[in-house]
Design a protein around this ligand. Structure first.
Ligand code: CAA
Length: 401
């Protein structure tokens, strides 16, 4: 049987970053609540000319530089924070990357689960024709209302993955455990730039989904919990993964040390929630920071509110370290520009669902930018014009190193 899986993956994020210590101070909250209680230190935040298209294209560009576009006949763009009700964000990315017209491009949505749906779709396409390679892009900007409990769990990132036969990094195994449960824990009406969330219910729904998907995974013949070397969870905030792992341990009756999750937190702690990308950001962190994973099985738990969840597993390939993008990811994190809290609040408040014509100011230093709206249509371009914003390189947080 052909081995199919993740051949390459790359992480990108926005121009700005907000320090959660600044947010805590302004809110009169003990900073330890965010650092320890939620397990978060920073959150990426978009400049006016960043969005899910620009960071998605930035994640995908280095994959095309390394592998070329041969065999790519499908682009799957997964997002909760799409930029149009009709047109796929992937079509904008397709043009920015100069992909040939002989490509099918589509956007997938189911809250934070969409990236896993895209990965499964890609695996199916390659299984049908192993000559094909599929570009999967998960890209999100997580927004909650200012001064709401969800505010410190905002964030932004994109992960692009090339799915192919004979993958260099992670062979995805065929068995999956899935669960759909209709629940109003988190959703975002079409007229709202921020999510509506019932925090306590969302935690319960997430944990319910862990056991639901796990039981199905075992019923489908998936290996037992002690045959999975590392777990990586969707991370709305990193503490949630600890809760999930403890929940799975209690459910299975097997001791599962939470310390084994630590490396999967390294990027998410400083990026914040990135919805569809979050799970794959966690996977990238593990592959970038652990040297001895070749031949081991990694379990991936995906949760999308509303809710759909899935557990899949993958076998780490020999030589996976040679393909790491650790240095590029570290550079992208360190190059973010710290946003003072007043500016963050002003930018957040200015976010709109309006499609009125506008020229967007040049701010982002990322490779692509949202140029503005003309004739109610969005326009994107490479960032050739120097950014006007003064850069203030952020010292790496403990978790960045
Ligand atoms: N020092 C250390 N820890 C502290 C502390 C302090 N001074 N003060 C509080 N804490 C701890 C609390 O004990 C708590 O820890 P435990 O859960 O382990 O008990 C933690 O900090 C959070 O405190 P609260 O429960 O009081 O926090 P809150 O009510 O203000 O908000 C939240 C927490 C509900 C998660 C909120 O941030 C939220 O609504 N976030 C968005 C929703 C979300 O992320 N849900 C997750 C599941 S849904 C999902 O996964 C999909 C998705 O991506 C959105």
């Amino acid at each position: 049987m052909t081995r199919i899986g993740i051949h390459d993956l790359a992480v990108a994020t926005t121009h700005h970053v907000v320090e959660l210590d600044d947010l805590a101070e302004a809110a009169g909250v003990d900073p330890a609540k965010y650092r320890l209680g939620l397990g978060q230190e920073r959150m990426s935040f978009p400049a006016p000319d960043d969005d899910v298209v620009t960071i998605g294209a930035a994640a995908a560009a280095p994959i095309l530089e390394r592998h070329g576009a041969d065999g790519i006949r499908t682009v799957l763009f997964a997002t909760e924070s799409g930029v149009d009700q009709s047109k796929s964000g992937g079509v904008f990315v397709h043009r920015l990357l100069g992909l040939p017209p002989t490509v099918r491009t589509v956007e997938l949505k189911q809250a934070c689960y969409g990236g896993t749906a895209a990965l499964q779709t890609a695996l199916g396409i390659v299984a049908r024709d192993p000559r094909e390679r599929v570009l999967v892009i998960s890209s999100d900007i997580a927004r909650y209302e200012l001064d709401s409990p969800g505010e410190p769990t905002q964030g932004a990132a994109a992960v692009a993955m090339l799915v192919s036969a004979d993958p260099d990094i992670l062979e995805i195994e065929p068995i999956a455990g899935v669960n759909t449960t209709d629940v109003d824990d988190f959703w975002r009406p079409t007229d709202s730039t921020t999510a509506i969330v019932d925090g306590a219910l969302s935690l319960d729904a997430y944990l319910h989904s862990v056991t639901g998907a796990w039981d199905d995974y075992r019923a489908q013949g998936g290996p037992d919990v002690d045959e999975i070397h590392r777990f990586v969870y969707h991370q709305p905030f990193t503490k949630m993964a600890r809760k999930a792992h403890a929940h799975l341990a209690a459910h299975t009756g097997v001791e599962l040390p939470v310390e084994t999750l630590e490396t999967s937190f390294r990027y998410n702690r400083v990026l914040g929630n990135s919805y569809t990308a979050s799970l794959f950001v966690g996977l990238a962190a593990v592959l970038d920071h652990e040297d001895d994973l070749a031949g081991t099985r990694i379990g991936l738990f995906s949760y999308g509110s509303g809710s759909v969840s899935e557990i899949i597993t993958g076998i780490v390939q020999d030589g996976y370290r040679e393909h790491s993008r650790r240095d590029e990811t570290a550079a992208a994190l360190a190059a973010r520009v710290r946003l003072p809290l007043d500016d963050y609040r002003a930018l957040h408040a200015a976010t709109t669902t309006s499609s009125a014509d506008v020229e967007t100011p040049h701010v982002t230093t990322r490779p692509y930018r949202f140029a503005g709206v003309r004739g109610r249509a969005r326009h994107y371009e490479p960032t050739t014009t120097p950014a006007t914003a003064e850069r203030e390189t952020v010292e790496p947080a403990s978790a960045d190193r």
